[in-house]
Design a protein around this ligand. Sequence first.
Ligand SMILES: Cc1cc2nc3c(=O)[nH]c(=O)nc-3n(C[C@H](O)[C@H](O)[C@H](O)COP(=O)(O)O)c2cc1C
Length: 261
Amino acid sequence: MNETTRYKILRQREMMKGYTAEYAGAEPTDQQQKLPFPMPLKEAKGTARIALPMDFEDVVGNKGIFSLLAERESCRVYAEEEVSLKELSFLLWATQGVRRYAGKSRQVTFRNVPSAGSRHPFETYLFIRSVEGISPGIYHYLPAGHELELWEDRDDYALELTEALNGQKFAAEAPVTFVWTVLPYRTEWRYGMQAHKYMLLDAGHVCENLYLACEAAGCGTCAIGSYDQERLDELLGFAPGPSAETDCEFSVYAAPVGKKK
Ligand SMILES: Cc1cc2nc3c(=O)[nH]c(=O)nc-3n(C[C@H](O)[C@H](O)[C@H](O)COP(=O)(O)O)c2cc1C
């Protein structure tokens, strides 16, 4: 291992740790300095909006928590069957749905997943190939109104998505592929240097909820941590490379979804 690699590995390890002496002299976080809070919900910018159904109780089988946990597994082969709109709606609700708001400006969201400080730094994008009643394309989830907005009206992304997911064709060609991005400032505002550890932990909760919700609804999924950062960010329209902007956004995790065979 050369010195550069060793240095990078050590930095990454440090980033995963809890508070250490290094944080003692750190300047106060932006929240402690009373800077304005970043909202945890993006404004809709897409060309079309699709209201998602909330009457999705019937897509959930009668499985108890024991069988959901015991039967959860990564699924990489899907039935040649559409995902229904209610199933997709349920999966979005389970992973990022907003239950209630708090704060004077409703700036805090409480959702179906936990998040450090309830900062909820993620956005959900969907590459839709085969979902009942939705034209193939790239969509963005709007948790506030439980809607989808059309992010990009194109359905010819299969090759680019496969390359962006490091050649994992099964993930790029699933009926729907979730990609979660992070807006790190939402969490950095409160936690400064500690934020990055929390955001990675938060991402795990989101994907685990997707696994369990899929299991309950007869769908399968597989966490995707192996992807090409620049290609995936460019495909979603986000500038690749480091950015110090407060609204900088980049991909962190993905997961294909389809009906189980
Ligand atoms: C953070 C993370 C990243 C992963 N990345 C990938 C991936 O890129 N491709 C893949 O096929 N599986 C990926 N997986 C799935 C694991 O390979 C899988 O969870 C593991 O083999 C255990 O199998 P199980 O989920 O069925 O218990 C990932 C899982 C996690 C938690």
